[in-house]
Design a protein around this ligand. Sequence first.
Ligand code: GUN
Length: 281
Amino acid sequence: MGKLIDGKALAAKIKSAVAERAEDFERKCGRKVGLAVIRVEGDPASEIYVRNKIRACEMCNVRSFAYVLKAETTELELISLVGKLNNDSCVDGILVQLPLPEHIDERKVLAAISPEKDADGFHVVNAGKLFLGEKGASVACTPLGIIELIRSTDESIEGKHAVVIGRSNIVGKPIAMLLLENNATVTVCHSRTRGLKDITRTADILVAAVGKKQFVTADMVKPGAIVIDVGMNRDDTGLYGDVDFDAVKNVAGYITPVPGGVGPMTVAMLLKNTVDGAAHE
Ligand code: GUN
């Protein structure tokens, strides 16, 4: 059986380093690092994610400013709240939990966040900096966490064939850029990809970010590969990743579990981004 990559333990280590830096900041600046977390009602999973993020703030000595807005909130109301937080000197990071209700244009809301306070790295300026390989960008938390998970295996990324399944702005595209930056050879697959299995079977590193329960089966995985499961698929019977864990664990060299893999790392990297942002002031 492949080795389990323990995202929960790695996230705890990162959060404890972040907590120390947040305490230093408070001693020097006379106030806590602040993170504003905005959620618009309507997506049940978001409620859980946001709760975890706020709890992590407490653990990391970061002050959270939580906003829960009604599902009928208008785009203008949301954007004006973001504007207010941009100008609030107690707020170092701003996060708008996605997805938003259909009547709100996600791109407009993300563009309204000051790039310097963009804890999620979703602003077009930060996404552009990542694309261009510029230093100092705020980078999306899940991809940052995935790189740390891969590094924790002590296997080098350089020269490996990394295959990403999924091309979302939140995970697929930014993780492809980060893997490229780490000198991997990167292939991005998606729902229209032909011969998917033939491609995934050549992956030394396989990142599954498709949003489909147990989509990656054992026959799609190269023996010894590092398999990173980004999936969070909930149904009546429980929570499932994008990888058929029980079968794939026997083929992979390393594998992340769900829960306890990518999820806790996303939260840890959010806190790290927030404290990084405060330190740049
Ligand atoms: N929805 C799913 N993942 C994320 C994330 O990392 N950040 C935000 N803001 N929303 C999400």
